[in-house]
Every structure is written in structure tokens, then in C-alpha cells.
Design a binder for this molecule. Sequence first.
Ligand code: MN
Ligand code: MN
Length: 402
Amino acid sequence: MAAFPQTAAPAAAPPAAPIPQPLDGKRGGTDPGPRNLARDLQGPDLLAAPITDHGTVPNLRFSFSDSHNRLEPGGWAREVTELALPIATELAGVNMRLNAGEHETGVRELHWHKQAEWAYMTVGRARITALDEQGRNFIDDVGVGDLWYFPPGIPHSIQALAEGCEFLLVFDDGSFSENNTFLLTDWLSHVPRSVIAKNFGVTEESLKDLPTKEWWIFPAPVPGPLEEDRIPDPQGVSPTQYSYHLLAQEPQHLSGGTVRIVDARNFPVSKTVAAALVEVEPGAIRELHWHSNTDEWQYYLAGQGRMGVFASGGKARTFDFQAGDVGAVPFAMGHYIENTGTTTLRFLELFKSERYTDFSLNQWLALTPPTLVKAHLQVGDEFIAHLQKVKPVVVMPPAPAA
Ligand code: MN
Ligand code: MN
């Protein structure tokens, strides 16, 4: 039998990472293979779960890196919907790139859809346009850390400025697909030319170069200065603010990191998506907590961490995350997120809701009669004293003035 060809070792091989084994003390054993070592290295808590994990808990993690990526002349996009992550029925996400260019940049063409769209810019800048229900236009430029929200049916577009951009889109329906939106080019490809000519009062000859299929993402001339792109509208400019500068919000500083909360209380148009941008410093933890309104959908922006989820009935499971991953926590399940890396862990918590809610286990116990807490947990005065000097609780956005 022929031996497999041997390849020479690289002259200066980097030090190999220790090979993890599904082994924890006397539990488990080595894995002689076959195995996907790269995946095992990314998911140490799946390979060798903490002994506190128990029972059958659905999958709560999916990476955009495991999604189909649709490549187009002006950029690309990939999605994580309930097809990939079946537990996440309330929200779906899209990660989109619109290319940079000196003369042309990528544009996500004029379109609308049945779902509301919430977005967070991760790289670069873009120009967004929309029309409100009173026929008034909206146009703005957004950069890193800015959001936008378009209610269902509102027509809109996104185009990269010269430096290009990348962003996360979140839709308030887990079954949403970016491949099933209502596109300008797709529609007009399916209307007789005579009807289009009649509709716009032009000749059919003037329509001879109309696209004959959807374009979706394509290159278009770089937008000029924002002021020059503002179309005088006889109805007036829309009073609705569809964009929000999240990084301009002063963060709340907590003992191990920061949080910024945005929901319909401080970003009124965002009636179906509430969010928190959370930073957890190395060694710190997003404390044990739960949410009282609905499922949580997460997007990891930077760093690495692990999340332990308590599903009641003795069930618990732990997942590992890094930038580009999506996490999910079903309604009411208790959870924590621990920074397991050496840099700041940054992620978005998203909810299909008009408000952000958060129940801190620490806060609950701090405000419960100490005798009762001691009786449950069999702890002493030191534990109680620590609860009493807890860090400040997260402050919710004030209700908008009536
Ligand atoms: Mn859209
Ligand atoms: Mn949470």
C-alpha cells in the first residue's frame, strides 16, 4: 500500500496549540479521531462541558462563517435565520458588505419587506434613504456604531460611501430571508414594458436598458455630499428619525464593563427591536440574569466568551463564542456570559420588543430578606454583606415625554 506523501515541516512552525481532549479529571477520555480539531479548539465547552451542564438543551449558537455567502458585483451578504438556528424564531440576522470604491461603491438596491429592519454598522460608512407613510423622504449618513430602523413596508436603500461598509441587519421574524425582499429591479422585470411606460408617462424606447432580472447588490456612482442628495420634497422632510448614534450615547459603567441600551424609549421608531451593546472586560462576567419579555438574539462583535444557559428542569448547557457568531437564549432562561479571552468582549443583545428588560440575580437576592436567602443557599453573613454593596443596577432609558 502506498504511503501518504510526506510533506516537509515548515522551517519555523508556530508553536502548536495544545490539543484539547474531551477529558475532565476522571470523566471522558481522549479522542483518537477522526476529529475536526479547528472546531474543537473553538468550542472547548462543547468538547468537554462543565460538570454543571446536564440534559438536552437545543443548539444556541451558529456562526455567520457557516452560512451560505451570496457574492455579487458590489459586495456580499449571508444570513442566520431559523433555518440555521431553529430555536431563534423571533429574530433573523444578515451580515452584509458593500464594497468601497473611488468611482463606484456597492449599493443594496431600493427595496422593502414585510418585516421591520434594525441595523448596526460595524465597519465604514453608508448613506441610507427611506420614504415614510406620509410620502416624506428621509436620508442620512451612518458610520460605525450607528443604527437604523425601518418599519415593515417602508421602502429604503443602503449605499456604501467611498470607504465601503459592513453591517449587521436584524429582522423581527426568524423566518425572514434577505433573498425574498421586494426589489425595484425584480418588480420591473416582471411588469410589461407597455405598463411601465404608461405608469411613468415615458416611451417604451426610453426603457430599453431596464434590468431584466433582480440586481440586489450592485456597484453605483459614489454618493456626493449629503446636502446635495437631499431631494426637496413638497410634503416636507420626514419628522421620523430612522437612525440613531448608539456610540454617541454615554455608556453606563459597571464593575466589569459597560452597557448602552437602545429601545423605543430613546429611539422611538424602533417599536419591535430593543438592544443593548455590552462590553465585558477580560476576566469579567456579564452577570447571572434573565429577561422578562422575550427571547434574546446575540451578535458577537469582538473578543471571545462563553455563555452558560439554565433551561429549568435540571437542564443547562454551555457554548463558546467569538466575533462573527450568533447566540440565542430562549425566553426567561437564566444565563451568564464570561469573557474567556485577553481583550474586551463586545456583543449585542437583541430582543423583539419595544423595551429592554433585565433581571439581575444579584439584585434580586440583595433585595430579599437575608434570612430567606441564607436559608436557601446555606451561606453566611459575608455572602449577604457582599450582596448589599452590589454595583449600581443598569438604568433603563427614560420614558419619552408624553
Ligand atoms: Mn431592507
Ligand atoms: Mn441576556
